[in-house]
Design a protein around this ligand. Structure first.
Ligand code: PLP
Length: 405
């Protein structure tokens, strides 16, 4: 039997290769950082979600190392049996306080947070109105719920209104608008002020997945809600976003773990019912301690955020000067566009040529992004120096000439 299945799988793999979609993993032989070693050579890394440079920060490493001795290696239990240490609760309270909600619940990952939340909160009598470009984990989570589903065009407020009308006509008990805070392929922010206004008008909840924002977007790094002015940090947790999800696997140390931050009742109910919380192991002690330290650094100092803003601004300016086509914006995700028929090939070849110049970036093309909108997605980090940013731009220029020549 296995022989027949093996043959089928081999064919499927071959189809993936033929379509040019086969992903090969490049192995690093160094820690994750602005400078990495891969295939025996040093490279400047411009494709990690290491926005604040905390993945290899000495204080984060030290906190994790100490936790290994104090708290042990693993939990060998889910949270509700015997997998909750005091520091798990500490991390939940800290992230809730940071993003401006009453409490939070920690999941093994944000994929699990999004996977677990919808079926608990939204049943057949409810409506979920979701941005078409939301993260795969939101799409999967929504599928697991029995709520009616509505999808609106990316950041299109007229279409969101139309979908909310449809949902209202169907007579929903609860309606929720769900969006990524930052869309990862474009670096665009969701227009949360307009979304919150529409939510008020239609009596809907607002849920934001802020994985590409928590820790560095907004004046204090609290996220897209702060950036968009729907979180008033001077008032006692006045937060117009009802539910936030996010990850510790990106800016906040890049270890692992995700969360849902919301009202107490939401968090309490998820602790009773969310399946990835109930049936998956607790986050490891050293990761909890490292994430706590990363959050503390992000909170207490603006240094990393400022470095990130400086690097992003410099990169955008230099690339525009060099005549590259960038998607507009201010986020540390900077898509360098190669439009048209030949764009996918150009982007891939330029990214390959750049690695020869010691700069590691990734090209994305259809079906990850729309046809004709191929790009190299650059992600800046606070850990990059000005020199690093300049070297990246030089590599783009050299890569462009190599491919044109
Ligand atoms: C990365 C990401 C996730 C997944 O986070 P993990 O903690 O790695 O599972 C979920 N949602 C969005 C928008 C993301 O960018």
């Amino acid at each position: 039997m296995m022989e027949a299945v093996r043959e089928q799988l081999a064919q499927e793999l071959e189809q993936i290769r033929e379509a040019g979609l086969y992903k090969v993993e490049r192995e690093l032989s160094s820690p994750q950082s602005a400078h990495v070693t891969t295939q025996g050579a040093e490279a400047l890394n411009f494709c990690a979600n290491n926005y604040l440079g905390l993945a290899d920060h000495p204080d984060v490493r030290a906190a994790a190392r100490e936790a290994l001795d104090r708290w042990g290696f693993g939990m060998a239990s889910v949270r509700f049996i015997c997998g909750t240490q005091t520091q798990h609760r500490e991390l939940e309270r800290a992230i809730a306080d940071f993003v401006g909600t009453e409490d939070a619940i920690l999941f093994p990952s944000c994929f699990d947070a999004n996977g677990g939340i919808f079926e608990v909160l939204f049943g057949p009598e409810d409506a979920i109105v979701s941005d078409e470009l939301n993260h795969a984990s939101i799409i999967d989570g929504v599928r697991l719920s029995k709520a009616r589903r509505f999808r609106y065009r990316n950041r299109d407020m007229a279409d969101l209104r139309a979908q909310l009308e449809d949902a209202r006509e169907g007579g929903a008990r609860r309606t929720v608008i769900v969006t990524d805070g930052v869309f990862s392929m474009d670096g665009y922010y969701a227009p949360l002020a307009e979304i919150c206004d529409l939510a008020d008008e239609y009596g809907a909840l607002v849920m934001v997945d802020d994985s590409h924002a928590t820790g560095f977007v907004g004046e204090h790094g609290r996220g897209t809600h702060e950036h968009c002015g729907v979180l008033d940090t001077t008032a006692e947790t006045h937060n117009r976003v009802d539910i936030l999800t996010g990850t510790f696997g990106k800016a906040l140390g890049g270890g692992s773990g995700g969360y849902v931050a919301a009202r107490q009742e939401v968090v309490d109910l998820l602790k009773q019912r969310a399946r990835p919380y109930l049936f998956s192991n607790a986050v490891a002690p050293s990761i909890v301690a490292g994430s706590l330290k990363a959050l503390e650094i992000a909170r207490e100092s603006a240094e990393q955020r400022e470095a990130l803003r400086r690097n992003t601004g410099l990169f955008r300016d230099l690339m525009a000067e060099a005549g590259f086509d960038l998607l507009e914006g201010s986020h540390a995700i900077v898509p360098v566009m190669f439009p048209g028929e030949d764009g996918a090939r150009q982007a891939t070849q330029i990214a390959d040529a750049m690695l020869e110049h010691g700069v590691y970036v990734i090209a994305f093309s259809y079906p990850v992004v729309p046809r004709g909108k191929a790009r190299i997605r650059v992600q800046l980090s606070a850990a990059h120096s000005e020199e690093d940013v300049r070297r990246c731009v030089d590599a783009f220029v050299a890569g462009r000439s190599a491919v044109a020549g």
